[in-house]
Design a protein around this ligand. Structure first.
Ligand code: UD1
Ligand code: CA
Length: 456
């Protein structure tokens, strides 16, 4: 049995915000989400978050998770030991079934599941603490070891003497212990210290007095234990996390022009030989096929891209599927469920919304296509506009295979252009254009022979 307790009742005053601290974002997602995801991967029997006050925002956020997550309220912030105590009624502890409890912090988002797992494996017979060495241990509780290297106690920074203050091994705050022992120790905590708080860390002393060996583990990466208390720490951790994600991509074979100039706010999966230029932002779920090239300053959200696609600079794609060999941009906007068939070309200043665009078709310049179904081998001339909205409803435009739309045409939907049809430039199409015929709606050109410009 495994209980996970996430302490998150701290007031988070340094965020200067009406949003609870643990709902502030890291890489586009609330920090609490990271802690929950990593903890849930351990498949715990119970999971409890200790919060400072009733928060509808936190409740609705945890509603997104499939597992039942308990919330308990610590109405007065009397210390980490007191916070943990509030979770005890939710812990499952059964005498004939070994039960351990892992304590995490809601504002320390990047601890890996593997690190949590290692700590849990090391706590079978007693307490185990996740510790770390910091060049600047200011503010942290220090790990005090005896001459054999065994942990004796944790001294909080404010309670530490000069010798103790020089110790660089710190308590990350993340601990694991058998549930029954933890509950027993917590009941004995006092607040007899500099801060007048119930310190969770005082249980170390108790375990040692009982003759137990207090174990410890390190995280794999230093950033796993970093917390967020203010916006500076938030952006610093954001940069560390973005760099880590960039590293994972590069390890998987992706070429980045600059690993410090990419932002992934979600999941980015790449096949072989992908190239990504500077300043791109990836949101939601993005998948890139092999040999895809993304130019500078593109934003891609929930996009699925097949092999050999080129996206040129400053393109914005949201809810889009691109077939193999498609070329997009520069300065294209594709959104709301656009599907572009293989080898088609969408050029500069072209916006396509909620439309299917067939194979080998082109809209190279300055065009708006909305709510449309475009066939294969279609050529859409510069300045074409589908007039899909009548002020109240949206209507569909259908352009069948091999059609040619002359430049600067307006297609007033609902309207259909038959297969192989040609629209002359400047046509305002209000009725269907028959297949294989030329349709135009302009007035005939004429010249006035003896006309003179007005003069002075
Ligand atoms: C705590 C540890 C310290 C450790 C440091 C790591 C104790 C006594 N000290 O210190 O050894 O080095 O974390 O960051 O445990 N919280 C509550 N209710 C409270 C107080 C805190 O829920 O009454 C929560 C906070 O929201 C936070 C976590 O517990 O998630 C740690 O609280 P914080 O005040 O930052 O702990 P420190 O005193 O800095
Ligand atoms: Ca702290």
């Amino acid at each position: 049995m495994l209980n996970v307790v996430i302490l998150a009742a701290g007031l988070g005053t340094r965020m200067q915000s009406n949003i609870p601290k643990v709902l502030h974002n890291l890489a586009g997602r609330p920090i609490l989400g990271y802690v929950l995801d990593s903890a849930l991967a351990l498949n715990p029997t119970t999971i409890t978050i200790v919060v400072g006050k009733e928060s509808g925002q936190i409740k609705s956020f945890i509603g997104n998770f499939s597992k039942n997550i308990n919330i308990v309220i610590q109405s007065e912030q009397l210390g980490t030991g007191h916070a943990f105590k509030q979770s005890i009624p939710n812990l499952l502890d059964c005498p004939d079934n070994y039960s351990s409890t892992l304590v995490l912090y809601g504002d320390v988002p990047l601890v890996r599941t593997a690190t949590m797992d290692r700590l849990l494996k090391s706590c079978k017979n007693g307490l185990s603490i996740l510790t770390s060495f910091l060049n600047d241990p200011n503010g942290y509780g220090r790990i005090i070891r005896d001459h054999n290297g065994c942990i004796k106690k944790i001294v909080e920074h404010k309670d530490a003497n000069n010798v103790e203050l020089n110790i660089k091994e710190i308590n990350t705050g993340i601990i694991a212990a058998p549930t029954s022992m933890l509950i027993k120790w917590i009941s004995k905590l006092t607040n007899n210290n500099m801060q007048g708080e119930y310190y969770l860390t005082d249980i170390v002393d108790m375990a040692v007095s009982e003759g137990l060996f207090v174990d410890s583990r390190f995280p794999d990466d230093y950033w796993e234990i970093l917390g967020i208390n203010n916006h500076i720490q938030q952006v610093k951790l954001e940069r560390i996390w973005q760099e880590e994600q960039a590293r994972v991509l590069m390890d998987a074979g992706v070429t980045l022009s600059d690993y410090k100039r990419i932002d992934i706010r979600g999941s980015l999966k790449c096949s072989k030989d992908v190239f990504i230029d500077v300043g791109c932002i990836f949101e939601g779920n993005v998948q890139l096929g092999s040999n895809v090239k993304i130019g500078p300053y593109c934003v891609l959200k929930d996009v699925n891209i097949a092999d050999n696609v080129i996206i040129e600079a400053y393109s914005h794609l949201s809810s889009v599927t691109l077939g193999a060999g498609v070329q997009v941009g520069p300065f294209s906007r594709l959104c709301k469920g656009v599907n572009i068939g293989s080898n088609s070309k969408i050029g500069n200043f072209v916006e396509i919304k909620n439309s299917v665009f067939g194979k080998n078709s082109k809209a190279n310049h300055l065009t708006y296509i909305g709510d449309s179904h475009i066939g294969s081998n279609v050529n859409i001339g510069a300045g074409t506009i589908t007039c899909n909205y009548d002020g109240l409803n949206k209507h569909q435009t259908i352009i069948e295979d091999n059609a040619f739309i002359g430049s600067s045409s307006q297609l007033v939907a609902p309207v259909k252009v038959g297969a192989g049809a040609t629209l002359g430039a400047g046509t305002t199409l209000t009725h269907d254009a028959p297949a294989d015929q030329l349709t135009l709606s302009r007035t005939r050109q004429f010249s006035v022979v003896n006309w003179r410009r007005p003069g002075k």
